[in-house]
Design a protein around this ligand. Structure first.
Ligand code: DGT
Ligand code: MG
Length: 582
């Protein structure tokens, strides 16, 4: 939990001030019953009105002072806890962003969301609780005990019996509570996960009429959350009243013994009132302590989960500036946009069985258009993921412009490459903003040009507000092919050396696809282009075609060469013959 040190360092000062204010507040609370006892036993008993007024005035002053302390402390504590929470969230978000695909794959996405929201809130609440009750409760508890014993030793025998009983109850409460709170947290994760899956697949669910299945799935998660939460609150609802009952019996006992004492003239009425007041304060502070413990238990579980993310070491070591220089030395202008795979094998972390890619060697020369074809699951997407170093190779090496990708500064490497991923992902915002994603400072002309090459211009112009039309929430929805064309435009605006299209025209009709390819050729003669596809027609005229089969490179060459000597390619070709005019 060392990640908390940073915040402790930042906020210790206001935190300490809050604790000091709290101490003063508690002291004020402790003084009041004793003064009250004196008012009754001295002032009221002797009918001394001046004394009553004077002590009453002092009581008022103390209360007022306590209230001022409480208000300032509340200001400080909410300042500290809110800022701390915001810092923690921001740092966690940054950490998640910095993690590589390999790291992120380890976490369930829904649990990352719960960690960012619910878990941070738990820790934040605990910090706030610390400043509200941390010092105050033990201080009030111990202080009230001392004051009560000083007030009347005989009556304190009741305390000697009651306090240990309550302490045992609290410890039991903690013991039983901890595992239950952890379960609640897990159940919240589960509900979030189901909800997230449902929402991202809502169209499929509707298309397959799988409502009942989804409702059952959600029902199970919901039930688990309900039953774990019920179990927690049931436990709380047993222990809380039990403590109150024990304390109330104790108060009755004090009144009983005290009554005898008053009859015998040993004890004064004010003393009994003050004594019971202290007892109530002890009860309250003990309950507060148990509450802090509960908050602590929850916060500890949350801190553990957050700490898991913070301690996740980034596998992808970004070698940074040191190697930049090396890069400058090695690169020459005529290697701009070159890609070399040397004996590359790759296995996803945690996956068992055969490697996804086996012993792959090939070269893409600058300016070449290279097609990658192969059945689904043959490893095409995995292959191109290695170029911008989304994943690291298991064996062999990948070079871009003559230098191993692991030696690049990641930002520099990814600056050279634009990937249009297989699953199109657009963000909420206008069309122009989505294209500008590729290059922050892209001018309007650049955006329009990219859109034109990607054949997106016509539908953008037809949209209600052209480039300023909102997408997604509150805006228009695009067709699959339109989305693909927008993501191609987004990649183009980046003006990369290497453009990777992962099945990016799968939803675009053949005529439009041909147009895109033609304008791409004209736009960037020097651009190295890797086109993954399922359709031979899309890559027939590529400079080179790589044929993947079950993770192996089974053919490489032009269409004609492959037709002559690659069986897998021939099979794909013949299977598509009837469907499209080749
Ligand atoms: P596609 O897009 O359907 O045409 O198929 P490809 O050729 O793009 O296949 P690819 O590279 O996505 O998958 C190759 C194999 O790797 C396949 O057996 C599934 C597996 N695989 C893909 N992504 C992951 C991943 O993130 N984690 C693990 N453990 N395996 C993955
Ligand atoms: Mg793929």
């Amino acid at each position: 939990m060392s990640f908390l040190k940073k915040y402790a360092k930042k906020y210790w000062l206001p935190f300490s001030v809050a604790v000091i204010f709290l101490t003063i507040e508690a002291t004020a609370d402790l003084l009041l019953p004793t003064i009250m006892a004196q008012i009754i036993d001295v002032g009221v008993a002797n009918r001394d009105m001046d004394y009553v007024l004077k002590m009453g005035g002092i009581m008022l002053l103390i209360t007022g002072f306590g209230a001022i302390m409480a208000t300032s402390r509340n200001f400080i504590s909410s300042y500290v806890s809110q800022n701390f929470g915001a810092d923690l969230r921001a740092d966690l978000f940054r950490k998640i962003q910095s993690l590589s695909f390999q790291n992120i794959d380890k976490f369930d996405r829904a649990s990352l969301i719960t960690r960012l929201t619910n878990d941070v809130t738990q820790i934040q609440n605990f910090t706030n609780g610390l400043m509200r009750i941390f010092v105050r409760a033990p201080l009030l508890c111990i202080g009230s005990l001392i004051m009560a014993v000083r007030l009347n030793l005989d009556l304190s025998i009741v305390l000697a019996i009651v306090v240990p009983i309550i302490a045992i109850l609290i410890i039991l409460n903690m013991r039983l509570g901890f595992p239950r709170f952890i379960k609640v947290q897990k159940a919240i994760d589960w509900v979030n996960r189901v909800m997230r899956e449902y929402l991202s697949g809502v169209r499929v669910v509707k298309a397959f009429n799988q409502f009942n299945f989804e409702i059952t799935k959600f029902g199970q998660a919901n039930l688990e959350l309900k039953s774990t939460s019920t179990s927690v609150s049931r436990m709380m609802s047993i222990f809380g009243p039990m403590m109150v009952t024990v304390m109330n019996i104790a108060i009755v006992a004090v009144l009983w013994f005290g009554g005898y004492g008053v009859q015998n003239g040993n004890i004064q009425v004010g003393e009994i009132i003050a004594f019971t007041n202290y007892m109530i304060q002890i009860l309250f502070s003990l309950r507060m302590i148990s509450m802090v413990f509960i908050m602590f238990v929850r916060a500890k579980a949350s801190a553990g989960r957050i700490s898991e993310v913070f301690s996740e070491e980034n596998r992808m070591v970004d070698t940074g500036d040191f190697l930049d220089k090396k890069g400058e030395n090695q690169q020459s202008p005529n290697t701009k946009g070159q890609i070399d795979f040397h004996n590359v094998s790759f296995t996803y972390e945690g996956a068992s069985g055969e490697p996804v890619l086996k012993n792959i060697t090939f070269t893409c020369l600058p300016g070449e258009t290279v097609g990658v074809i192969g059945s689904t699951g043959s490893g095409k997407s995995s292959l191109i993921n290695l170029i911008p170093r989304f994943y690291d190779v298991s064996e062999g090496s990948v070079e871009v412009d003559g230098m191993d990708v692991r030696e690049y500064n990641l930002k520099e490497l990814r600056g050279k490459i634009a990937v249009v991923p297989q699953q199109t992902m657009l963000f909420t915002g206008t069309i122009a903003e989505n294209i500008r994603w590729g290059k922050e400072n892209a001018t309007e002309d650049e955006i329009k040009r990219a859109a034109a090459i990607a054949e997106a211009e016509s539908f953008i112009k037809a949209a209600p507000e052209g480039y300023d039309t909102l997408l997604g929430q509150g805006g228009i929805n695009l067709s699959g092919g339109q989305k693909q064309r927008l993501s191609i435009a987004r990649a183009l605006v980046k003006q990369p050396e290497i453009l990777i299209l992962d099945d990016s025209t799968s939803a675009v009709d053949l005529t439009t696809e041909a147009k895109i390819k033609k304008s791409l050729k004209e736009y960037a003669v020097e651009l190295t282009c890797i086109i993954i596809t399922q359709r031979i027609s899309s890559i027939k005229d590529a400079d080179k075609i790589l044929v993947l089969d079950d993770g192996k490179l089974v053919g490489s060459g032009t269409h004609e060469q492959l037709m002559a000597d690659c069986q897998v390619y021939q099979e794909i070709h013949y299977s598509q013959m009837g469907k499209e005019v080749l």
